[in-house]
Design a protein around this ligand. Sequence first.
Ligand code: RTP
Ligand code: MG
Length: 153
Amino acid sequence: MKRRIFAHHLNNFTMATNRTFTMLKPDATTAGNTGKIIDRIIQAGFTIKAMKWTQLSQAQAESFYEVHSERPFYGELVEYMTSGPIVAAILEKDDAVASFRELIGSTNPAEAAPGTIRADFAKSIAANAVHGSDSDENAAIEGRFYFSEREEA
Ligand code: RTP
Ligand code: MG
């Protein structure tokens, strides 16, 4: 029992720097690209700690994207992210936040490097296939938006 408690705390200790959060956006889920994108993520060395298929309400999307509320694209972003299903996931890998943003490529798919997920699956700046957290702090906040600690593998 003591060993299990110790392992549990060790796991929490490594969490902040080795985790990121992603959403597969409505364009990816409705185009049938979910499996292909998840496979890319796994092949790139990420471990899935938690995952769910769901859809954001208006209030949930407004809250999730609160950090962008002053940006000109906020309304469009919220409308788009509520337009269909999303897949939310907590991912683990060394240097997870930076490594995942490299895997997905630039926000605008026209500028995304060849071979990145956005270069291959995104349709536009709004419908850009995937979200990736931009910092360890936001990765933890965004992960907790969808998942309790009990839901993590
Ligand atoms: P994300 O948060 O989705 O991983 O994307 P990001 O960091 O590359 O981009 P961010 O600046 O955080 O913007 C969040 C999402 O808002 C949409 N967006 N639209 N119309 C526009 O100019 C515009 N700019 C950003 C994108 O869907 C972006 O992923
Ligand atoms: Mg962002």
